[in-house]
Design a protein around this ligand. Sequence first.
Ligand code: GBH
Length: 485
Amino acid sequence: LAVSWAAEDLSFPPGFRFGAATAAYQVEGAWNEGGRTECTWDKFVHEDPRRVADQSNGDVACNSYHLWKKDIEIAEELGLHFYRFSISWSRILPTGFSNQINEEGANYYSNLIDGLLEKGIEPLVTMYHWDLPQSLQDLGGWTNPLIVDWFEDYARVLYNLYGDRIKHWLTLNEPLIMCDGVYNTGVFAPGLFSPEVGAYYCNKYALLAHAKAWRLYDEEFKPKYHGKVSLANQLVWFDPKTKEDEALAELVIENCAGRYSHAIYSKEGGWPPSIEKHMQELSKKRGYPRSMFPSFTQEEIELIRGTHDYYAFNHYTSRIVRYAEEGEEFSTWPLGDAVDLNLKIEKGEGWAQGASSWFFVNPPGIRNQLIWLKQKYGDLEFMITENGFATFDGRDDQDRIQYYRDYLEQVLLAIKEDGVNVTAYTAWTLIDNFEWMDGYNVKFGLYEVDFNDPERKRTPRASAHYYASVIKSHSLDVPTTRNEL
Ligand code: GBH
C-alpha cells in the first residue's frame, strides 16, 4: 500500500466538487412539530437522558426546521458546490408507511431544495440517517425482513416528491453503525443489544433495502431524471502492525468495509467469503444450529449485485491491528462483540486524538482506504460523503484546519499518484449539532452554534474561512492560518 509523501501539485481536478453535510435528527429540532411523529432517537433520549453524555437531546438542536434559510446562507458563504442533508422518515410519513404523506413535512424539504438550487448549490439527499419511525421499530425495525419493502415504499415517495430536482441520492447512512453500532453496543438508538443475531440480520436487510430502492430508481425514475443512487458506508482504516499481521488486518477490513460493500460492488456478489466462513465456524462453535450470519439466496445475491452508480463513504479514523500476545485480553472487532479472534486493535504511535474517544488522526488512512477499494471493486467513481474533526469549544480551531489540510492532501495523492477517481469531498459538518451520545459536548462544525441562544446563532470558525478558501482556489495552496472570508 501507499507510502505517504507530500503532494507537489496542490490543485484539485477541474470537475472536483466540495460540499458539507448534516443529518435530520442532529440539526432539525421541531421533533413534534409540523406533523412529525416519534422516531427511535426521540424515544431513546426521552426515555433515559443519561444515555447522552450531557443529558441533552435533539428536540430543538440547531432548529434548522425553522432556520433552514440560515443554513443555506452559510452554504453560500462557504462557496459549497453541494449540501448533503438527510430526510426524517417520520416527518414525511407519520405512520412510517406510505399510505399517508405529511404535506407540511414534504414542503419543508421541498423549500430547502429549491432554496439551495436558487443559490446554485446542489442538494444531495440521504434518505435515512438513523432516525427510524418508532412505529416501524416497534415491529422489529431493521431486523424484520419486511423493512425491505417499507424502505422501498418510502424511497418511492421521495423520488416522486423530489426526483425532478435531486441528482445524487444516498439510501442509507452508514449501515455499519445502523447495524453493528446499534446491536453490538446497545448505545445507539433504539438501545437494543443483540450482537450475535441482530447485527447480522440488520446487515442483510439493510443491503436488500438499499438494493430495492436502487432498482426502483433505476427502472422507473432514472430514465427521466438521470440521477445517481448509492449508499454511504462508514469505513475505518486498519493497518497491520507487522507483516505477520497482514492477513488479520485484511479480515478486519473485510468485516468493516466488505460486509457492507462486497454484495453490491464485487463481481461475484454475496458476502465476503472470508467473513462468511469465519461466521459459519463461529456459529457452530457457539452451538447455533445455523449460522448467526444469515446467508443470501442466489436470487438475493443477484438483486443486490451491481446496485450502485458511485461508491460513497464516510471516513474519520484508523486503527492498528495485531495478534494478541499470550495471556492478553482480545479486542472486539470494530463495533463488534469478541468473535474469538485473538486480535488487538489499537491506535498508532504518535496519532493525535480528537475530542471523541474514538477519534485518532491518521491522514494516510483515507488514501490507503481509497486504494484498497479500487483494487477490490474496480475503477469506480468515489465520493467522500463525510470527513471532519472533533473538538471541544473554541473558534480558533487550528487543529481542525490541520486535519482538513492533511486529509485533503491524501485525497489529492490518491487521485494524482494512484489514479483513483475521486470526484467529491464532503466536510462533516456545516454547523455544530447533536453529536449522538456525545450530545453537544463534542463539536464537528465549520460554524459554531450557540446552543444557549434561542436564535441558535451560527458563527464561522477559523476552519470555515480555511475551507472557503480551499473551495475558492480549488487547491490546497492556501494559507492554513486564519484568513477572512
Ligand atoms: C458519522 O458517524 C455520522 O454519519 C454522523 O452522523 C456523525 O455525527 C459523525 O460521523 C461524527 O461522529 O473506530 O472502531 O471504534 C461516525 C460514527 C461511530 C464512527 C463510532 C466511528 C468508532 C468505530 N462513528 N465509530 S471504531
